[in-house]
Design a protein around this ligand. Sequence first.
Ligand SMILES: [Zn+2]
Ligand SMILES: [Zn+2]
Length: 287
Amino acid sequence: MFDITEAENYNYNYNYHIRFKGGVGMRYIADHDFHIHSTVSRCCHDKNQTPETILNYAKENGLKKICLTNHFWDDKVKSEAEWIDEHNFTYVSSVLPLPKDDDVEFLFGCETDMDFNNMIGISEERFNAFDFIIVATTHLHLDGNTVRTKIITPDEAAFHWIDKIENLLVKDLPFHKMGIAHLTTGHILKNQTAEAISLIPDATMYSVFSECSRKGVGIELNVKTINMTDEQKEIFLRPYIIAKECGCKFYLGSDSHKVSALASAKENFEDVITKLNLKESDKFVIR
Ligand SMILES: [Zn+2]
Ligand SMILES: [Zn+2]
């Protein structure tokens, strides 16, 4: 386990990290995208966001492995939340079979949620139905579902950010083929995500990410660092820098819901790889 004293004494500094904590070895290659939605997700409103378009995006950008991860709540998991039965297994698997290609491996995955009782939206018997399972712990905008009541303050949002990951990590899950989605998304708290993230102490992040590292769950990178101010970088990259220090492995996930988002994904990936100074040894591999 991570030594908490070390965490408290850790003098977090973005520039220091970039200059001196880069590590050695080959630069992380942006050769995959493991978080992509198609028209099967109800929140995807671009009729052109089909598996075929997504495959073309991969080919044009030299990606070798991609994963379709539409929203999923397993009909076998009964929840007290207000989920409408709209992303069940029959529905999300209607995209199958995915198009095949000699250069690109196209995986079938899902993005599931945790309800306000911390029930996870996939049953054990479905673990093998997917190549990769993303859990979103930060869909905190879905009150009535992921949180009981609407989150108002950055303090509440910070509490749930921590609480959800901690509750996820104690579960018996196939973490070797799982990832945690968009840990710095704007869904954390509208217009106040930066404030919420800033309230989470380094020591707490160290504790959470050492456990992520120990369990072997992938940490998603889809933070858009291009055009961020130095102040924003300090806030939004801190979780990932700490995760890296804890030995976490990272995968790229554009979370694209539309064709225009696919178009800028590769550029965003390269930028975050540079800013975090990631190496191939930092890469999460689905097993
Ligand atoms: Zn999401
Ligand atoms: Zn998503």
